[in-house]
Write a protein that binds this ligand. Structure first.
Ligand SMILES: [Zn+2]
Length: 214
């Protein structure tokens, strides 16, 4: 007789080994996230955000084929957790995940291209608002990661890309923690119980236990 308990079956695949620890670097990310000598901190943060954006965009190139209005009518990132899209007038709206992700990636791309927000020319100083802009970009990237883990992890498994994706996300989390880009309020809504938590919060906790994240 089948004895598997329901709770075991309920554990999402991304929290199960070997998938949870697939292709992560040995040890922590401390060395690769450190600010290199003689580098401006804003420049370092901008450079890394650009890399995270570019790498995530490569994954989206094949993932978005499976993220449709039918499969993902909302930007779900947990059992009862949906990221709303905040419109220009400040109102929040629930829109299909592929549209939400498209808005996010288009917005980030425009931010990265804007010399008044992310200056890349030599001699142009970073604006005082840069830390807030960087946090905003980080938060939006986080939402995309969270939706992919929650709704499309099996696609990554089929593509045998879970190792690369885990490495990218762990690097992203470690970097965000080091440079204060990461917002705890993004991990849960309401009571903070398991039901209202974003699914990836558990990945971060497990990776901490395993020593991948500080
Ligand atoms: Zn989706």
């Amino acid at each position: 007789m089948e004895t598997s308990s329901k709770s075991t079956l309920d554990v999402p695949l991304y929290l199960c080994n070997p998938f949870l620890s697939a292709r992560l670097v040995t040890g922590s990310f401390k060395a690769i996230i450190q600010l290199p000598k003689y580098t401006d901190i804003s420049e370092w943060v901008a450079m890394n955000l650009f890399d995270f954006y570019t790498n995530l965009d490569l994954f989206l190139g094949f993932l978005l084929e499976f993220c449709t209005h039918e499969s993902c009518p909302t930007m779900a990132a947990g059992t009862n957790f949906i990221y709303p899209w905040i419109e220009k007038n400040g109102r929040s709206a629930s829109i299909p995940a592929p549209t939400h992700i498209d808005y996010i990636m288009t917005w980030i791309s425009s931010q990265l291209d804007d010399q008044t927000v992310f200056p890349t020319r030599v001699g142009v100083e970073f604006p005082k608002t840069f830390p807030a802009s960087a946090k905003n970009v980080y938060r939006q990237l986080f939402h995309v990661f969270a939706h992919i883990y929650h709704s499309h992890f099996t696609i990554l498994l089929h593509a045998r890309s879970e190792g690369h994706f885990n490495s990218l996300f762990a690097h992203f989390l470690a970097f965000g923690a080091q440079f204060d880009l990461w917002d705890q309020t993004d991990l849960c809504v309401g009571s903070g119980s398991a039901d209202t938590k974003v699914s990836v919060a558990e990945i971060a906790e497990k990776w901490k236990e395993m020593g991948y994240l500080a």
